[in-house]
Design a binder for this molecule. Structure first.
Ligand SMILES: Nc1ncnc2c1ncn2[C@@H]1O[C@H](COP(=O)(O)OP(=O)(O)O)[C@@H](O)[C@H]1O
Ligand SMILES: [Mg+2]
Length: 221
């Protein structure tokens, strides 16, 4: 019989009983003890355990997101939006988040090339208007048109590749400025990236802002 370990005060373990009664061999018991101590060590290693649990929860969440079906998708007979000139029209647009009305019959007509500022208190619905234009949201009533095309009737790809939005809370990857500007079109040429920067910030000149070589821009920094 193996001696009782000092921290054990009563009884025998099942494997020990099995050895004593001949159901398990000594070799079997040794294998059991080695495997068992490994399991106990693993369970006690809370750092490994916690990291494992967190990684598992993270992976499950990622797959849940990947499995989501977007509520806004192409209509079966959606057509390609031709090259955009820039006319935007909202006709009698009503929109509510859940039960909360935000836009109550908005009419808006912006001609191609025109610059328009929507001014209003924080939370009045300005960003909601832009989300309707590239169809992150659909209106409850009314129509949103780009160059006269109802955005519901064109493919999302052709719409969103031509209508951009720069929100106040942009995310910057820890990359060069040029790579951050071009992340939606990794094949964009240096000249195209500089043109995009110049349109966004008219005072930009390529010599004063070495975008490709500027080491790293980082989020919130
Ligand atoms: N996804 C959302 N779900 C519910 N309410 C939202 C959502 N997005 C915005 N809102 C609410 O809708 C209102 C208008 O939001 P928004 O268009 O972002 O306003 P603005 O850009 O004018 O500050 C705000 O009260 C905001 O809290
Ligand atoms: Mg906003």
């Amino acid at each position: 019989m193996t001696p009782i370990p000092p921290n054990r005060t009563r009884g025998f373990t099942l494997p020990e009983v099995m050895v004593a009664t001949g159901i398990m061999t000594i070799v079997g018991l040794m294998i059991f003890l080695v495997l068992n101590s490994g399991m106990v060590l693993y369970a006690k290693n809370t750092a490994v355990n916690t990291a494992h649990q967190q990684a598992r929860a993270g992976v499950e969440r990622i797959f849940q997101l990947l499995d989501l079906r977007p509520q806004i998708a192409d209509e079966p007979d959606a057509v390609e939006l031709p090259e955009v000139r820039g006319e935007i029209e909202l006709r009698g647009v009503r929109f509510a988040y859940e039960e909360r009305p935000i836009l109550d019959g908005l009419d808006l007509h912006i001609r191609a090339g025109e610059r328009v500022a929507l001014v209003g208190a924080s939370g009045s619905g300005k960003s909601t208007v832009t989300r309707l234009v590239h169809r992150l949201l659909d209106p409850d009533e009314g129509q949103v048109l780009v160059d006269g095309h109802d955005v519901r009737l064109v493919t999302l790809q052709s719409l969103r590749s031509q209508v951009g939005a720069a929100f106040e809370e942009s995310f910057l990857f820890s990359e060069t400025i040029a790579a951050n500007i071009a992340y939606g079109r990794p094949d964009a040429t240096r000249a195209e990236v500089e043109e995009a920067a110049r349109v966004a910030v008219p005072t930009t000149s390529s010599s004063s802002w070495p975008m490709a070589s500027t080491p790293r821009s980082a989020n919130a920094g």
